[in-house]
Design a protein around this ligand. Structure first.
Ligand SMILES: [Zn+2]
Length: 410
């Protein structure tokens, strides 16, 4: 084994650890910045990059207000070999108002187009209601449901824990004489059993919606999900087994809903979006001014907040009219990251970053007391998130966008 001397320049700019290092995208690839010209090599250790930032970014990209903007506006996720993924939204509930008053379970296709999932809702002791994007889908759903519910047992799966440490509880429901009963005991597994029925609870904390006692639907992955609110699992299964038997396609009406009202509910860990934006700010400073600049003790606090979440970063929604006008001058389908300074005595400066992501802008202080930058400030970084291209612009270059916008408006 060859020994490599660990000089101070080979320490991770975030945790001061010795590595090993991995390439870090200056601006998160998942935000539409999968541009190989904007990478930090040998600056961020693999542990910070993968374990910390990877988790933060996944959460922001899939389950935050940014995820909604991303799904609406960005057609492709990051490139992974030949495959690109369509940005998705992970939420506790994705529902759409339905003429009956009972919201439909929906998911989102490309450009966040809501898709009504095939479903049956239990809305009274004997009443049910069904919805689907098409009659064919409803038919195929009822068929798979009847084969699932007419066996001698159904394995129900309940998800436990957070995304990176999920466990699956397998609960067996036995069926005899057309009645389901709960078998004794359940088991916990690292992987979900195949062909089971997924269990979810309705989020009852929300007001103003009518919640069906139970809904059974097929999600976009083809899994059948039973979502219950006020009813027991075995009662819901008995009900739906009956419903499927009695199902008559003649009485089902499906139609397209115009101007749907979509409700998306999700849990956002407070501060995660700010941590990701602040990390992009530190990365941009390291890219533009070099690693020595960001190893100044003036950035210690913000780096601690990025890595651990505490103290909480203060992000502010940008309301200033001038800054808003500057940000709005950027071409369509671009994020804007804008680094600026406020000079302090003794050759020091406060560093502020403004980030406009999918149309929403916020500012974050990266340092109150850092060295004055040795290159021109402010500096702009634009991300064409449709084409995964990052562009660096000086103030003069960026001003062209403002001029273009001014002349176009005349
Ligand atoms: Zn590190």
């Amino acid at each position: 084994m060859t020994s490599q001397s660990t000089t101070p320049t080979s320490l991770c700019i975030y945790c001061d650890g010795p590595g090993p290092f991995s390439d870090e995208h200056v601006i998160s690839a998942g935000l539409g910045a999968d541009d190989d010209r904007f990478l930090l090599g040998d600056m961020v250790c693999r542990r910070c990059n993968t374990d910390v930032f990877g988790c933060l970014e996944r959460e922001v990209l899939r389950s935050s207000p940014i995820a909604v903007g991303r799904a609406f506006l960005q057609p492709h996720g990051r490139k992974r070999g030949k495959h690109t993924s369509v940005p998705g939204i992970q939420a506790q509930h994705k529902q759409m108002a339905n003429a009956s008053g009972y919201p439909d379970e929906v998911d989102f296709g490309p450009h966040a187009k809501p898709i009504v999932l095939p479903q049956i809702k239990m809305i009274g002791e004997k009443e049910f209601e069904s919805s689907a994007a098409s009659l064919d889908e409803l038919r195929s759903f009822v068929k798979s449901l009847s084969s699932l519910l007419q066996g001698t047992q159904v394995i129900c799966i309940r998800k436990w824990g957070l995304e990176h440490e999920l466990r699956y509880e397998a609960i067996t429901m036995l069926r005899s004489s057309k009645t389901f009963t709960l078998a004794d005991g359940s088991s916990f597994q690292a992987k979900p059993p195949r062909g089971g029925l997924w269990l979810e609870r309705s989020d009852e904390a929300r007001t103003g919606d009518v919640t069906p006692a139970a809904t059974i639907f097929k999600n976009l992955n083809g899994e059948i999900v039973l979502k219950t609110s006020s009813t027991r699992i075995e009662d819901a299964l008995n009900f739906f087994a009956c419903a499927v038997e009695q199902f008559s396609f003649d009485v089902q009406v499906t139609k397209d809903i115009e101007n749907p009202i979509v409700s998306v509910g999700m849990t956002v860990t407070i501060g995660v979006v700010e941590r990701v934006i602040a990390k992009i700010g530190i990365n941009l400073l390291a890219y533009y001014l070099g690693r020595d600049y960001v190893t100044d003790p003036g950035f210690r606090q913000v780096k601690g907040s990025i890595l651990t979440g505490s103290p909480r970063l203060g992000g502010h929604i940008v309301e200033d009219a001038t800054i808003t006008a500057i940000l709005n001058a950027a071409p369509d389908n671009h994020h804007v990251f804008f680094l600026s300074k406020v000079n302090q005595p003794g050759g020091r400066a406060a560093i502020i970053m403004v980030a406009k992501l999918y149309g929403a802008a916020q500012s974050i202080s990266l340092a109150l007391d850092a060295p004055a930058p040795h290159l021109p400030f402010p500096v702009f970084f634009l991300v064409d998130y449709v084409n995964h291209e990052v562009k660096q612009r000086s103030l003069v270059e960026y001003a062209e966008y403002l001029l273009e916008m001014g002349s176009a408006g005349q």
